[in-house]
Each structure stands twice: as C-alpha cells, then as structure tokens.
Design a protein around this ligand. Structure first.
Ligand SMILES: [Zn+2]
Length: 510
C-alpha cells in the first residue's frame, strides 16, 4: 500500500470511528464525554522539555474553566505554553459557529459570535503618551468583559508548569480610536483600510501596547502577527482589490532616504496594478505575452521592487521596536513572530526578501504556519486559481502546481495533484521539508517553532496518524518547538493526543 493510499485508508477509518462517536453522542447518554488515552495507567502524556505551545481564543478557556482547560491540554498534548489572544484586531468577532468547534472538551461548545471581547488586557493611559491611538473601551455587556484572564491564569498555569504568552493579530482599526490618522495611502492618493508600518503614530502605538502589557502583567512571552501581503504580491496574487500602498508622507520620506525615486515607484505600481487588473477581465491578452509584459513593468520600473523591499523593512522595524521595548522591561521574555500560511508556504516574494537569519536580531522565535491538511484547498483557491487569472495565465494549472512544488522544494510524489487539492491535504512530508528549509534559513540564529494545524475549518479531515507524523517530522527536521494551531477550541482530543504522543516519542528517542 503506498503512503498516500495508506493515509487515505487511515483517514476513512478515523471517519468511521468519528461517525460512531457522533452516533453515541446523539443518543445523549453522556453528553460530550471527556475521554483521553491518559486515563489508562501507563499511557499518560507527559510535559517534556520540548516547547509545546497552543493557540486559543481567551473566551474558550473561561467558558470551559481555566483549570479544566489547562488540565486538558497538558494531559492530552503535553502543552507547556499557552497563547491566548490579548488582542484580536483581525476579526470583528472571536466567536465561531458551533460546527467549527470541538465537541469533546467536556462541555458543549457555544456560538459566541459578537458576544465576547476582542481585547483581553486592561490598558493604562500613561503608556500611550506618544500616540493618538487608543484602544476602545470594552463593551460591558459582552460576556467575560469583567474577567482579567492574564491575571487569573497566572497561578493555575504556574501550578501546571505552563508558560503564558500573549498573542496578537493586528489588522483594521475596528477596536482602535483615531485609526484614520495612521492609514496607508495608496498609489492613487486615497486612504487605505490598514495602518502604515512607517507611521510614527502606529509604531509608537505598538510600543505602548507591549510596554503596558509587560509592566502590568506577568507574561512569559509574546507573539505578534500581521496577515498582510506586500504591495507587489497583492497585485499578482490578489488577496483583495485594494490598489498598492503605501505612499504616505512617512513612506515617501523613507523612500527618499533610501535613494528611491518615489514618483517612479508610485507610477510603476499604478501601471502594474492597472495591467494586472485588465488581465483579470475579458479584455484581449497582450500579444507579446502576459508574463513578458509583467517582466517589462519590473524592468522599466525597478523602483517597484525597491518599494516592495522598503515595505517589508518597515514591517520588520515595527517588530524590532516591540522586541526592544519588551526586552527593556523583561529581558528573559520570549518574543517572536507569527508567519502566516501565505508567507510560510507560497509567497515567494516574502521568502526572497530576507532570510530568517536576518530577522534573528529581534526574534527569539519565528512561528510558521505549517497546516498540512488545509494547504491543499488553499493552494487551489488562493494560489493556483488566482495566478491563473493574473500573470501565470499562460500555463496550465497542472504546470503551475508542478512549478510551485519544485520552486518550494516540496515532493510532488507525496503531495496532491490538482484534482485532489480540495479533497486531500498536504502530507506530513511538507511539514518536514518546510521546517528543514526554515531551520536552514534561520542558520542557528533563531528558533523555528512549527505551527502544527489540526481541525482547521475548511480543511480535509485530520486523522491522528497523519497529525502524529507531521509533529514528529517537524521535530526531526530541527524545529525548536511546536505551537498547536489554529485555535484550541477547534481541536479534537484525539488529534491533541496524537501530538502529545509524537512529542513524547521524540523525546524518548532523542
Ligand atoms: Zn506609509
């Protein structure tokens, strides 16, 4: 039986088992039983020396009960670090539909969309003197708005040998006052929807947030992320229709200081954006070739690439500012960055711009999203289909996928063909290869944490054997630790246990 066929067999088997379990639950004898492998003598998962973090939405922990939740993650997956959001600026609501939530955590999940806060720490005005931005007050009607999670969790976490990391995803200004003052400016001179990395008001805002948090709370670490693409990638692989940014006065100043012709950068971006937008319509394709004319824009306007790099550098500088602020308050805190799925696994421009070694001076760790199952649908919808509409329309989807596998160093014999991308995820071999590549990119200067994804919505179903192999592969490939992802509330116990077993086996072997 080939590896792929075997995987499919295991998956079918686990689906059958899951179906059986669902039948039992529907009979309602014991709702949502909490049964784990560690209930039998000798099979307990142990917390070890390997860093095992887990991401979660804060309200889940409060809903399930802090102690029960910490016990569950320690006893199933050997978790020794929790990553609840302190700020969830990336979404209007942390709650999720019940169909996305695990049913075996010992308590029935609830749909808490628009019912829980986005910000989970209490801020102090005195830290925000250098910015006009303020975090909006939490609506007191929201459930758990009276709770102070990062204070409440401290003692129970200490008692269980679990570190506490605050986790943030930035994005729009839904929860931030005066956000208009830091917005990007696009190549047409119009304001964008997100903040500019180079705006001192935004830079100082983030320094204020982390200074406040590390002065006011006892935190062991911090993870910050921004799921945005650079201006060039968002043209050729459009996540949204926004024109390229940023050309605000602060970016123009940075551009001039870097000896870039800022007007030519703006013009180049405008023309490239308009060219790709035309490609996405039914208008005739350029007779000289779609990809050729794309290259012509870069050759005529090399400022496009310079501006893209400037954008990336300004993002890194913002992270550096937070790193130095935290270290000045708590030198032994672990500070690192969330690299989301696109930059970890298909944004070749992000990858080309700098190595992880170059980020190391302000990174104690870099956590990569390595969700093997959901990568299949994502590559189909977010990569192949989009490139087909833009600059890779001249090659077939099959050719495009083969090119992707080869350029990223993945094994096309292990990974799915085009017609299986939606139904089959990537293999644990992808996790191994991407971890090894990232460890090499870090060159021993910073730690790579592998973000192992389980039960991610939109994903083909996980099975414990594949989850086990993905975890083991990450550790064998040199990951300094793992961070179980996306969020705890989505994760089934059987997959958490598969991770715990892989980590235990790895430690017993090494
Ligand atoms: Zn700007």
């Amino acid at each position: 039986m080939s590896k792929r066929t075997r995987r499919k067999f295991v998956r079918d088997l686990s689906t059958l088992i899951a179906a059986g379990a669902a039948t039992d639950l529907s009979m309602g004898a014991i709702p949502f039983p909490f049964i784990t492998g560690n209930t039998s003598a000798g099979s307990a998962i142990k917390q070890g020396k390997t860093f095992v973090g887990i991401q979660m939405s804060p309200h889940t922990m409060l809903d399930e009960g802090i102690e029960a939740c910490l016990d569950l993650i320690a006893e199933t997956a050997g978790v020794n670090a929790v990553f609840p959001y302190s700020h969830a600026f990336h979404t209007s609501s942390l709650g999720k539909p019940v169909r996305y939530l695990a049913k075996d955590h010992g308590k029935p999940p609830r749909d808490l969309r628009n019912k829980v806060p986005a910000v989970w720490v209490r801020h102090n005005e005195k830290y925000f003197k250098d910015t006009v931005l303020r975090i909006k007050a939490t609506d007191k009607e929201l459930e758990f708005s009276d709770r102070d999670l990062f204070k409440e969790i401290r003692q129970p976490a200490n008692e269980r040998g679990i570190k506490v990391f605050a986790r943030i995803l930035e994005s729009t200004g839904i929860f931030i006052e005066n956000f208009d003052s830091v917005l990007t400016v696009d190549s047409y001179g119009n304001p964008g929807r997100k903040a500019c990395w180079s705006n001192p008001g935004y830079i100082n805002f983030w320094k204020a947030v982390v200074a406040d948090m590390f002065n006011s709370y006892e935190l062991d670490g911090f993870q910050w992320g921004a799921e945005r693409m650079g201006p060039l990638m968002n043209i050729i692989l459009p996540w949204n229709d926004d024109p390229p940014a940023c050309f605000c006065k602060h970016c123009i100043e940075r551009g001039r200081a870097a000896n870039i012709d800022t007007e030519r950068a703006r013009e180049g971006y405008r023309l490239l954006y308009e060219y790709v937008r035309r490609l996405m319509t039914d208008s005739p394709k350029p007779p000289e070739g779609v990809f050729t004319v794309f290259l012509r824009h870069l050759i005529k306007y090399p400022e496009i690439l310079s501006w893209e790099y400037l954008y990336r550098k300004s993002r890194e500088d913002l992270q550096k500012g937070m790193y130095e602020t935290i270290k000045s308050i708590k030198p032994d805190a672990l500070v690192g960055w969330h690299v989301d799925h696109q930059p970890s696994s298909w944004d070749i421009i992000y990858r080309a711009e700098m190595s992880y070694e170059e980020m190391a001076p302000y990174s104690d760790f870099i956590k990569l999203i390595l969700y093997h199952e959901v990568l299949g649908p994502r590559i189909r919808s977010w990569y192949l289909d989009r490139f087909k509409k833009t600059i890779l329309s001249e090659i077939s989807l099959e050719q495009s996928l083969e090119l992707y596998y080869d350029l990223f160093g993945y094994d096309k014999n292990q990974e799915p063909p085009v017609d299986k991308l939606f139904s089959e995820g990537f293999s644990p071999d992808y996790v191994r290869r991407e971890t090894a590549r990232s460890v090499a990119s870090a060159n021993g200067k910073t730690q790579i944490f592998a973000g192992i994804g389980i039960d991610v919505p939109g994903s083909p179903p996980d099975d414990p054997e594949t989850v086990y192999m993905a975890t083991l592969n990450a550790l064998e490939a040199g990951a300094g630790g793992i961070v179980i992802s996306r969020e705890y509330e989505e994760m089934s116990v059987k997959n958490l246990e598969a991770i715990g077993k892989a980590v235990n086996d790895w430690e017993n072997k090494s």
